[in-house]
Structures are given as C-alpha cells and as structure tokens.
Design a protein around this ligand. Structure first.
Ligand code: FES
Length: 93
C-alpha cells in the first residue's frame, strides 16, 4: 500500500491552484481549486474540500456534497510517466 498525500500545485495560465490527491491505493485526482459557487478556493478538511466562503463541500475528487455550490469542481486528467506526475492542463473536463 502506498502513502496517501495531497497538495496544491500552480499551473501556468490558471488563476487558481490545482488540488492533487493521491489515494492509499495509488490513484490520483486533480481538481481546479475554485468553488463552483463564487470562485473561492476550497481547503482540505479530512476527506473533503470545504469552501471557506459559504461552506460548500466536495470530495477530494471534486464531487459536490453540500451546497450552495451545485456543480462539481472541474477535473483534470492525471498520468504517471515514470517518475513524473503529468497533469493535463489543456483545460478542465
Ligand atoms: S464561494 Fe464556495 S460556497 Fe460560496
């Protein structure tokens, strides 16, 4: 089993960071850290991302759990290429 981990990374051309999460099973998710309610930056809190502005909650993979946000966080493809973790920033899905 691999260690779980997460953090924000900056990406050129984006005015919000990307939140990358690695599960204990070794899979990755990458979401745009921009709340779909009014654009605040959600923060990690346990197994969720919580928006500090009005309290919306999302899974670490971006699925909305609690409003007022009604839409999931945009996601990016993630690929492991040898020692590299490549986040496809051509545009959120
Ligand atoms: S901006 Fe995130 S809940 Fe309002």
């Amino acid at each position: 089993m691999e260690p779980e981990g997460a953090g924000y990374v900056a990406a050129p051309g984006l005015d919000r960071p990307i939140y990358v999460h690695r599960t204990a099973q070794g899979s990755y998710s990458a979401v745009l850290a921009e709340c779909t309610h009014r654009r605040c930056i959600p923060e990690p809190a346990g197994d969720r991302l919580v928006c500090p502005c009005h309290g919306s909650e999302f899974t670490l993979a971006g699925t909305v759990l609690e409003g007022p946000a009604e839409r999931d966080l945009p996601t990016f493809g993630v690929e492991v290429r040898g020692p590299l973790l490549v986040i496809e920033t051509g545009g959120p899905k």
